[in-house]
Ligand binder design. Sequence first.
Ligand SMILES: O=P(O)(O)OC[C@H]1O[C@H](OP(=O)(O)OP(=O)(O)O)[C@H](O)[C@@H]1O
Ligand SMILES: O=c1cc[nH]c(=O)[nH]1
Ligand SMILES: [Mg+2]
Length: 219
Amino acid sequence: MHIHNLSEQNSILNQFIAEIRDVSVQNDSMRFRRNIERIGEILGYELSKALEFETRSITTPLATIMTETPKNDVVLCSILRAGVPLHNGLLNYFDKSENAFISAYRHHLDNPESFEIVVEYLACPDLTGKTLILADPMLATGQSLIATYKALEPFGKPKHVHIVAAIGAEPGVNYLKNNLPEDTNLWIAAIDKSLNNKGYIVPGLGDAGDLAFGAKLQH
Ligand SMILES: O=P(O)(O)OC[C@H]1O[C@H](OP(=O)(O)OP(=O)(O)O)[C@H](O)[C@@H]1O
Ligand SMILES: O=c1cc[nH]c(=O)[nH]1
Ligand SMILES: [Mg+2]
């Protein structure tokens, strides 16, 4: 897997990551969602440099010019709920993309430390030969992303796979490395060291879905 860790170079992205982590800013859920969206825009811009381009002729009012533009073969897939603002950020730039949505949530078994990933909802176009971008702001254990990748297999084999995440943890990044094709690209804004015993990224930011959309009852 090719890891593009954008925190290796300082940029305005640091500001948005700092704000989503900061408890004194997290009470503003609109800012939280918008920051996740902005992170999606920036990661999308970086990712665009690795897309396939094709030459097109564009006619201006004065002449024609040959221009390189990305092939319109992107399918954006995000994981509900926390993936929604990241999806919107990517869609702001890949506005001609096809879209897929999947629900993957942690179902806690007998104690809060053990859980399985349950996939319930999946809407997806044909992926054959396309560029698949899988987006989820949090890459903790990596189980949700791998469960999603597997659930998408019946929809066709994409030509390229990109993963987009805001914050990851080293164990989750390693899990992806071991379970995805070698030519997969990961575009990520920060990689933290560890997970706690409930599978939360430390220092991380807490629960991204709740911060974006409010607390939910456990079921
Ligand atoms: O890498 P993992 O260990 O699988 O954890 C990451 C998952 O956890 C979060 O979703 P969550 O289950 O909290 O659902 P939510 O978006 O509805 O809050 C996050 O958005 C990922 O999907
Ligand atoms: O740290 C984490 C891990 C999973 N999901 C989150 O929202 N945060
Ligand atoms: Mg959550």
